[in-house]
Design a protein around this ligand. Sequence first.
Ligand SMILES: [Zn+2]
Length: 250
Amino acid sequence: MKILLLDIETAPNKVYTWGLFNQNIALNQIDEPGYTLCWSAKWLGKKEIMFASLYKNGKREMLKQIEDLLNEADVVVHYNGTRFDIPILNQEFLSMGWGPPKPIQQIDLLRTVRSRFRFTSNKLAYVAEYLGLGKKVQHKGMMLWRECMAGITVAWRKMEEYNKQDIRILEKVYLALQPWIVNHPNFGLYVFRDRPNCPSCGSGDIQKRGLARTQTLTYQRYRCMSCGAWSKERYSNLNKDQRKNVLKGI
Ligand SMILES: [Zn+2]
């Protein structure tokens, strides 16, 4: 299973405004809408961190490269990407006159963080630091974005460093959350062994742990010794004697 970790950075909208506090910005106050500045991506388990930007590559090349990666991936992992990164990229692809990229499964880690835990903040920076998985690159905030939009080389260097570090953190957070992700795309469909695999990480090191029951069927339940995820057999094919054996731990 080819898992792509992805994070994009965007420019803010440029708008005219009379006031500073609590403004409602009308459409005719927009000077220039926001756009994609750059992206960083990495294949899970591979060393290289990829990066492309408006500044380095130009719009077409930057978008083409990420479109190619999305077409190659089976799964994309992001943080709030179902609402942010992916729709923004789709909009960019549309604006280029391109069709949609290949449909792929998405793992939005923000959804897992929101649904399974109660962190004080659900921001990636907070969660990563809380778990001791690293810190984001420090920068000077909005000024960095403004300097990148103005084409200042040192600012772009910092942006690249920032974007790439986010991907390192994203990968670590993904690996920590892996057994907690509900309905993780099934690794078992990609790993071919004659015995069951962990659906969350693909490991063959799984142990039988009693039975899983639905309203009508009984399944063998497993726990992964690599990532800790729980899973169950695909088919409920246990007869009465087999069920007794499983309950006895045989
Ligand atoms: Zn596992």
